[in-house]
Each structure stands twice: as structure tokens, then as C-alpha cells.
Design a protein around this ligand. Structure first.
Ligand SMILES: [Fe+2]
Length: 418
């Protein structure tokens, strides 16, 4: 997948042998920076000040916090090291808006981000504008592009990740509201492959393949290096699992048969009283679900969404199949034959989130970005309806704890050829 939004200038302009970046290079980075920053504001625009400060659970962050945190990222990792004249907007913001970078200093407790009513929206907006001006000045005056632009690029991809979280976290907050507000009352599921219209042939795979990021395009460190894997003969489903299929699982007592569940998953089913995917409510015998467009009837033809790894795994067991490994997913997606590989739902795989062979974390504090989370989480592949344009690629590894279901997460199945 290319990255049309965060477009590397190398893709558009001739690289020269001198260190001084060309005017074209500067212009491309300025445009990429402005485009991504504007998308964050576009997503926040429908939200009131009250909407933007609420934190509905420790895993979800307030919109205002997202807007400030991604700004802090540029301030801390780009402006402080590379712009000697830069003066921070407010020294206290490092404590408020550092997320988890221990090497970057002490930070506010994550579950208490919703208690930060100051700075308010206006000051947060001013913070963004202040940093935007400083970043633009740095790009325009950059001498050492090899040092600066990779940090700009990772900062933009980081901000895109938070753009997705801004929507998932807002949806979770709105789902707690008995009036069930709509983020966008005109919102519709993205167009794509039709669902629930019969059986499509699986994608058959076997043998030695290569997975992981290759080439010069951007990738996070956890996607590297590319390496060989071996696949036993396997078939990966072309289609995502639908709500209609999930209703069959529910009708067959899927949520009340412990034999279908991993022990940890069954413990969550019992503790949380799960009997349906996240945000589903049964009203007068009909299932409804919270969406970005508000509270809507569950459409059996659409892919099932807001399921955890535990649920996806139990469904696969019920179906007599399994979830694809991330290697199976990536090789199948590479054939181009998977429907909705990107743009609707992240798809759970049965792969634990762990380092690839010969993985090396980024140097310095940015090394905390991915590597330190490589335990107890499962990999999801593809991208979702909330993923910003230009942020999807075949080698992308998303990861969440197996009980998480507030993301736009679904599944496709696989089965071994015997
Ligand atoms: Fe972050």
C-alpha cells in the first residue's frame, strides 16, 4: 500500500547528493504536515468542549488530550532536539501530555486524563498553532534533512494513529450516554464488497513466503525486518464474518458454552456478562448497535464489529475453523483476493504480538513506541473505517489486548487443508 497522505518527498522529487533539502522536498513535507494536522481538527470539529474532555474508560483518551498529545510529540521529539531557538508553549504540558515515554520524563496518570479540564479547548488549539508554526519554520530552514524528516514522518504517522483513536474513544464515550448521540448522523458504512451474498472461494496458500516491510516506504519498527515464514497448506476466507453469522453463533448459545472459550476469555464473559458484541443492545426482540451514526439496527449483511480476540477465537472454534495467523493474513492479502482487507475492520489474527526475527527497536526514547508492548497482546491486520487515508499497508501490525473491543475490530476465518 502506498501512503498518499503522508507522502514521502522522495517519491515525488529527485533526491540530490547534497544534504541541503531541495525546495521541492521542503514543500512536500510542509504539505504532508499540514494535511495530517488538518485531518485531526476535521475529526474533532463536530465535538463540543464537553465531548472533548470526557474519558469514558482508562483505555480511551479525551479528544482534547489526543489533540494536545500528538502536538507534544512534535514538540518533544522534533522541536526540542532540532530547533535550538524553540521555547516550549508551556513547560507543564510535558507532564500532562506525555503518554508512556519513560525516557521523556514523568507523566500524568493515564486513567486520569479526563480530569484535565485546563488547558481548555482554546488554549489547546493555540498550542497546536504554536507548534505548527515552529515545525513549519524548522522544515523551511532545515539543513540536515536526514535527521529531521524521519522524525516529521513518524510524528505524522503517530498523529494518524491518534486520529483513529479519536473516533473509537468518542464512540465509546457516546455509547455510555443514554441519549446515544451520533458523532455524524449522516455517517454510513464505507462502500466495499457486498456481504452475506453466498460463498466466495477461499484463498489457498502453502510453502515459504516473505512477510514484513520491504522497500523505502514508511514502516514502523515492528513491521521490520522482512523475513521468511513457512505456511502449512491453509485456506483463508475471502470475506469477513458478518453480523448474520454472528447471530447464528449467538442463537447456538455461543456465549454460554464454556467449551468454546479460552479460559481467560470465559472469565471475561462471566465478569462482564457478555452475550453479544460490544455496543449491541436487544430492544423488543431486535438487536441494535451504537455506531458513529448513532444507534442503529444491526444489519445481518454487514461485517460483525466490536468483537474481542476472545470472542473471535470462540466464534472460530464454533465454526470448526481458526483465525488466520498474521503471516497467513499478509500472504493472502498480497494476492489481492481478500475482500475488505482494508478500510472496514481491523481483523484479529491468532498471532501473539512479538518481535520479528532480528527486530531492532528505534534508538532513543522513540524505541519505546512499539517494542516494549510486545507481550500479552494479539496482532490485528488490515485497517478500519476509522483509519485515515494513507495509513494502511500490507505489513502494518496493529495490536490490542485480547479483551479489547472498543476498536473497529472484526474477523475472517481460515482453515487448514488436511
Ligand atoms: Fe501517542
Amino acid at each position: 500500500m502506498s501512503r498518499p497522505t503522508v507522502q514521502s518527498p522522495e517519491a515525488e522529487s529527485e533526491q540530490t547528493a547534497v544534504a541541503e533539502p531541495s525546495a521541492d522536498t521542503r514543500r512536500c513535507w510542509l504539505r504532508a504536515y499540514a494535511t495530517v494536522r488538518a485531518e485531526t481538527e476535521r475529526r474533532a470539529a463536530p465535538l463540543s468542549a464537553e465531548d472533548q474532555v470526557v474519558q469514558s474508560m482508562p483505555d480511551a483518551s479525551p479528544t482534547k488530550w489526543h489533540r494536545a498529545h500528538v502536538t507534544w510529540f512534535f514538540e518533544h521529539f522534533l522541536l526540542r532536539p532540532f530547533s535550538p531557538a524553540y521555547r516550549p508553549f508551556d513547560e507543564r504540558f510535558s507532564y500532562l501530555f506525555n503518554s508512556y515515554y519513560v525516557a521523556a520524563g514523568p507523566r500524568h496518570a493515564r486513567p486520569q486524563r479526563g480530569l484535565i479540564t485546563r488547558p481548555g479547548l482554546a488554549e489547546t488549539t493555540a498550542y497546536r498553532a504554536y507548534v505548527d508554526a515552529a515545525v513549519a519554520a524548522l522544515i523551511e530552514s532545515a539543513v540536515d534533512d536526514a535527521a529531521i524528516f524521519p522524525v516529521v514522518e513518524v510524528g505524522l504517522h503517530h498523529e494518524q494513529q491518534h486520529q483513529e483513536l479519536l473516533l473509537t474513544d468518542t464512540l465509546h464515550a457516546f455509547a455510555q450516554n443514554p441519549t446515544r448521540p451520533a458523532y455524524d448522523s449522516h455517517w454510513q458504512w464505507p462502500d466495499g464488497a457486498p456481504h452475506g451474498d453466498g460463498v466466495a472461494a477461499d484463498v489457498r496458500l502453502a510453502g515459504v513466503h516473505s512477510i514484513g516491510a520491504e522497500g523505502d516506504g514508511f514502516s514502523f519498527d515492528n513491521e521490520r525486518p522482512a523475513h521468511r515464514i513457512f505456511l502449512e497448506p491453509v485456506r483463508v476466507a475471502r470475506k469477513l464474518v458478518t453480523n448474520g453469522e454472528w447471530l447464528e453463533f449467538m442463537a447456538d448459545s455461543g456465549y454460554t458454552k464454556p467449551g468454546l472459550w479460552l479460559s481467560d476469555g470465559w472469565a471475561v464473559v462471566e465478569a462482564e456478562n457478555w452475550n453479544a458484541p460490544g455496543y449491541w443492545r436487544l430492544i423488543d426482540g431486535a438487536w441494535f448497535s451504537m455506531t458513529l451514526g448513532g444507534f442503529r439496527p444491526v444489519d445481518p449483511a454487514l461485517p460483525v464489529c466490536h468483537v474481542s480476540y476472545y470472542e473471535a477465537d470462540a466464534f472460530a472454534r464454533w465454526a470448526g475453523k481458526h483465525l488466520p495467523s498474521e503471516a497467513e493474513w499478509e500472504i493472502a492479502a498480497k494476492t489481492g483476493a481478500l475482500e475488505d482487507a482494508f478500510g472496514k475492520l481491523w481483523q484479529w489474527t491468532r498471532s501473539a504480538y512479538s518481535p520479528y526475527p532480528n527486530y531492532v527497536a528505534e534508538p532513543g526514547a522513540l524505541g519505546e513506541y512499539n517494542g516494549k508492548f510486545m507481550v500479552n497482546q494479539m496482532v490485528l491486520r488490515g485497517s478500519s473505517l476509522a483509519t485515515p487515508e494513507g495509513h494502511s499497508r500490507l505489513s502494518y501490525r496493529n495490536f490490542f489486548y485480547p479483551s479489547a473491543r472498543w476498536q473497529f475490530s472484526g474477523l475472517r476465518l481460515a482453515e487448514f487443508d488436511h
